[in-house]
Design a protein around this ligand. Structure first.
Ligand code: DQA
Length: 144
């Protein structure tokens, strides 16, 4: 069961970026742990700071993978194009955020992508990704 974790802008800096909000662990390090803990899922990871590259990736995997865990970073709050891409593809997308976006600035309270995602997880630190993967792990094969 192929699942892509897709990270958007500035998430390549996890571990060094605003540690009080995003923690001190790199995603590459955390991804190694996820691969071990979810060995029944075929996990892949991709990150880009570029909107179009994220859209290309959604198109590339969105008709064959079983699910996508998407942290679109700041594009969450702005991108009609990423929202359209999520609408266009077949596979379910779970929106994740490391921080609790609803406890932060007002502009982070709006998600352009949430209406087109299966669900949204926000505020559990890096474990937001883990919760999204648990959802895919527990889904019955016929549902996905
Ligand atoms: C984020 C929250 C966004 O508002 C922000 O722009 C990010 C990270 C999160 O994971 O908490 O880049 O998506």
């Amino acid at each position: 069961m192929k699942i892509l974790i897709l990270n958007g802008p500035n998430l390549n800096l996890l571990g060094t970026r605003e540690k009080s909000i995003y923690g001190s662990r790199s995603f590459e390090d955390y991804f190694e742990e996820l691969k071990e803990d979810f060995s029944d899922l075929e996990l892949t990871y991709f990150q880009s700071n570029t909107e179009g590259v994220l859209i290309d990736k959604l198109h590339e995997v969105g008709f064959s993978y079983k699910g996508i865990v998407l942290n679109a970073g700041a594009y969450t709050h702005t991108s009609v194009a990423i929202s359209d891409a999520i609408k266009a593809i077949d596979c379910p997308v779970v929106e994740v955020h490391i921080s609790n976006v609803f406890a932060r600035e007002a502009f982070r309270h709006k998600s352009m992508i949430a209406p087109y995602c299966t669900g949204s997880i926000s505020g559990f630190g890096l474990d937001s990704y883990r919760l999204a993967l648990q959802y895919f792990e527990r889904m019955k094969p016929k549902q996905i």
